[in-house]
Design a protein around this ligand. Sequence first.
Ligand code: DPP
Ligand code: ZN
Length: 873
Amino acid sequence: GQVFHLKDYTPTAFEVERIDLTFELHPTETKVAARSILKRRKGAAADAPLEFDGDELTLDALRIDSIDVPDSDYDVGPDKLTVRNLPASDPFEITIETTLSPETNTQLMGLYRSSGNYCTQCEAEGFRRITYFYDRPDVLTVYTVTIIAPKDVPILLSNGNSLGTGNYDAGRHFAAWYDPHPKPSYLFALVAGDLGVITDTFITMSGREVELRIYVEHGKEERATYAMDALKRSMKWDEDAYGREYDLDIFMVVAVSDFNMGAMENKGLNVFNDKYVLADPETATDQDYANIEAIIAHEYFHNWTGNRITCRDWFQLCLKEGLTVYRDHTFSQDQRSAPVKRIAEIKTLKAHQFPEDSGPLAHPVRPATYKEINNFYTATVYEKGSEVVGMIRTIIGPAKFREGMDLYFGRHDGQAVTIEDYIACFADVSGVALDQFMLWYNQAGTPLVSASTTYDAAAKTLSVSLEQTVQPTPGQANKSPMHIPLAFALIAPDGTVTTPSPDETGHEGGVLELTKRSQTFTFSGIEERPVLSLNRGFSAPVNLQIEQSAGDLAHIARHETDGVARWQAINASATDLLIKASKVARDGGDLPSADDLADILIAATQDDSLEPAFRAQVLQLPSEADIAREIGSNIDPDAIHTARRFAFDAIARKGEALFARLSEDLPDGAYSPAAEDAGKRALAAMALSYVSAAVDTPSRAKAAYDAADNMTMLAAALQILVHQFPDAEETKEALADFENRFGDNPLVMDKWMSIQAMAPGAATSERVIELMDSPHYNAGNPNRVRALIGAFSAGNPTGFNRADGQGYRLLAKVVTETDPKNPQLAARLLTAMRSWRSLESGRQEEARRALVAIQSTEKLSTDVSDIVERTLN
Ligand code: DPP
Ligand code: ZN
């Protein structure tokens, strides 16, 4: 297939002054007329042809200034329209008519149907499935949209402000929309159907009233109220934190049940996966509420970072995504507990981005080439992209960061820009050179920073020696040293925490800026040997190798004033032990005692000065996948499971009384999704899992299941039953009860499927195969497929990596069956194989066979062939 290169960027020959779209909706024969006003770009050749993108399109009519274009003047195919001999004088008008079949569009890109409603998804390249156009983010224009439909399709929506509605011919009606803000085609949206709605208003900082609407399936309106609340808080926060005001008269969100992504930031008309809109206490967990808050915020924040200022080309995807993730992270930190939220971000980054960065799918935050852009909506672009923005703030400081953002909004509003344009704003306001920093965008791989300290008691100096290396990644054999800001603190023997500046010129207050391959920083006037707490708050997304004794880690865990750093030290202790134990479990011998780790965890859990949500994070041992990642090669997932379970049980027995008490310490009063109550539930659920292991009977979890009056505790109890007591009668009863109560709610049954799919052990793959035949599974719906197959392959190390390869074969079957219908979904599922080379040799061979079987399937999509080829390379 074709390879696209960043270096090949060239602007289009024509600019589009505006586009008028008319849709006559029909399930299998929707008529689209697109009239665009075109003007030659300055400097374009006078005879330059017009080259529009298409994808599976059929052309019905082509006119220029109302006259049919003669056959000799154009070439057309499903994926391209080329027109020559264009009028010498511009602007001129081109009209293109196409016919679409939304009903049979199973890719969920372009115009399709979901539960009988019409909706669109155009990012990245879906608009070209609607009409021939410059389907690329640097062509911005003003859209007017007219939607004509039968009256049994009452709601007709598009971007911008309403121009009105009225009757049309033959019992049909219409609605017209005008979006005054020039936008690229990927932000176009249309929604039509019979939908319920909740409405509200927001008064902006300059006093304008904005109408807010959230559309959902009839009968689900009540479940959208939390999303509405989150939307209003997001609008307010963007005004307070960045001075950004909303810019249309109306802001709409529509929830649809068939959606490849989480949600989409179309101008004024966000389309959401219903999983990230609908919530009530009976059906949604605290995590669901937090996700809704974060994604509503994320898509709303795109209005400025993405829509008003967009990307020049898709290589710059992180320009909008990394930055917008950074903005939604800080929003959630402000709305909830900042350290607890930050810990969750670190866990997510390490669980999803670190393995990507160390395997065959590694790519820079801004890739230089791609075959299929859909495959670059990755943890690297999003999560590492967000960390990179955070590092700019650490390097230049919060005030200059805000100044740089203001400059960015002022300088580039209405433009399609590059990462260089973005970074220049921060260099300009701060005077700090950020050239070396650009490597974070251009160089893939997680840097490894090795650190050692030397204390000289006579001279009263502490030296910190740092060394960085970045492993080769596909296409990048040699790496240059990066600009790495490492926040730190020194902790004296008496527990005093200081954040001094090193003697070398460097950052004020508690940040070491590592820019060379190796560098030593010295601190003078240090009276006694301190312990170094390095990469505090995870200021840089690096792997840290630091010679630190268990005693030093315990010292940090006890005295750090920064909650995140405290957690980092505890997590490092747990990881060290679990790596050791996994090796013993693999090679035979007595597993190392988890007593010291248990003491640390129990001490933190008993500390009532710490918020419950933080204590829940502390109690959560590194996952099997975390341990595997840290071990890095020759992985035996079963040995890791054995080692982790051994430590878990030991901690459970040692803290049994404490866990028994905490497992019943639930918030009083009616359910509230607010962070404080959610934190209490998280701690109770964590304690319940430990005490259940200590007593080794399902009775407590079953009692908690029976007593639960909200989905958070119900799902937590069910998970303990299924994962710890798979064969118990209580577990069977709970599973059946759950199915009975929620069998008609697919989003809730997704949890029921995921919990079972993630049950550790070899038997699970058979259960997954059974569930694929159950009425709750639907191979055509992305949420169902991800809940069962995605959870199994990405969230069940022992089950998926079954030694006989059955898990891999199952995934291969689903991928090849899904690919013809929905290549984006199939390719995403397949990324679960990305770490196959780090497995022990037997599993590697099974995994390789499954990958080769996929590769040799006929007519693979570019999405799946791109992933399978890179994975095998
Ligand atoms: N809708 C996806 C997101 O917001 C892609 N833009 O991240
Ligand atoms: Zn986004």
